[in-house]
Design a binder for this molecule. Sequence first.
Ligand SMILES: C[S@@+](CC[C@H](N)C(=O)[O-])C[C@H]1O[C@@H](n2cnc3c(N)ncnc32)[C@H](O)[C@@H]1O
Length: 182
Amino acid sequence: MGSVLSNRSAKDRRELDYYPTPPEVTHALMDFLKLPRDLIVWEPACGEGHMSKVIESYGHEVISTDIRYTDYGTGGVDYLTAKPVSCDAIITNPPFKQSAEFIRKAIYEAPIVGMLLKSQYWHAAKRADLFDKYPPAWVLPLTWRPDFLFGSKGGAPTMECIWTVWERGQTDTRYRILSKPK
Ligand SMILES: C[S@@+](CC[C@H](N)C(=O)[O-])C[C@H]1O[C@@H](n2cnc3c(N)ncnc32)[C@H](O)[C@@H]1O
């Protein structure tokens, strides 16, 4: 019975694209951006708070919401239909299938937006319009492959990632690599 339930919850989690982000991924972004501590950050797909907790450790107030109910943040909030929240930055690892919609909405709602994406995200004709219409300020590839399964499956992680950051008024896209924080 236990395994049936845990299999089902694993399936539910996959359907909502729940892959918690290892902390060093968020540290790499925060160390790079060096945001003033008084900025308020919204994590609109917070899951169990893996990103929110790191962002908070940089002194920010973090508003954490997710469509699912977990032990963390406010559940039952579909970001794509949620009213805007007063904040200075939106930072998340969005559900992959809805990532473009997350990006389009977030850009209107916050002057700084950071999205964790697959490294080949911009290698797609269907996203050229999104990139051209909203040129990011930064494209920041990670120089390591994060382990989104936290070692539970064994084997080497395979996914390569980039942070893409939009800053209102900065449309000249710059490219820097991020090293894994020690
Ligand atoms: C890839 S996980 C990332 C979780 C967390 N941001 C992290 O990095 O650890 C994507 C999260 O998006 C949530 N999600 C999926 N669709 C959503 C929506 N429409 N609005 C808000 N959250 C959503 C899922 O429940 C899941 O927690």
